[in-house]
Design a protein around this ligand. Sequence first.
Ligand code: SF4
Length: 260
Amino acid sequence: MVERFEVALNTPVGRLTTAIDVPTGLIPITAIVPVARRLGEEAAQLEIQHATEAGQAISCRIGCAACCRMLVPLSAPEAFALRDYVEQLPTDRRDLLLNRLGDTKDRIKRAGLWDRLNDVSEASKPIADEELDPINRSYYALRMPCPYLENELCSIYEARPAACRELLVTSPAELCQDLVQNPVTPLPVSMRISSILGLAWGTLTDSPPRLIPLPMALEWAERHEEESRRTWPGSALLDQVLDHMWRFLSQAFQTRSSEL
Ligand code: SF4
């Protein structure tokens, strides 16, 4: 049985209204991940519409994967959802992915970054941006394609992390060849879904919000298997997610009004 909720969210560029069906029984956190991503994508559509009306164009196109060399952070719920997605793949697809993840791990280890990334994924308190910045830069300096990238296309498109969905640019695509040196203009994001899911998970489990680097997400999910089996009433999970969305949106309104 599902219960239908009519959700309305005011974003800095318009109002988002949608109906969400949530199971009435107990569900794991992974069941709310698609709902959160859908709301994030609907908010992104409002941003795209706003940018288009202002005469800007989104430069991102199928086959352009320049940004798929960056370190992608996942929330704990997304790491569990990715594990579930990979587990249900046909064996040959799964083996291919796991092999590529193994190669990526070797390369990250050779660069001396694996342990630092592991520390980030298991941190017992939130990590400051200043601490993360050098790690992100060192990773990006490797210009290593994401292990889920195949022929410059995302091989897990429908299950890709929220951070991948949120990165859209209005600056010329060629500038994305060097995202550190070039003045790239990203489309504003009023709700960061991975942060929202991470904060919701932290509240539900009384644990610190985590940022799990994508290359180690499956290993992290394995280590935390026990936690992923917990369940909550569907409406309680939706409440948690919406509560953190409202907080993000309120912050987004403040930030944008201070920029005017
Ligand atoms: S998950 Fe997909 S979209 Fe995200 S960085 Fe990897 S290949 Fe790119």
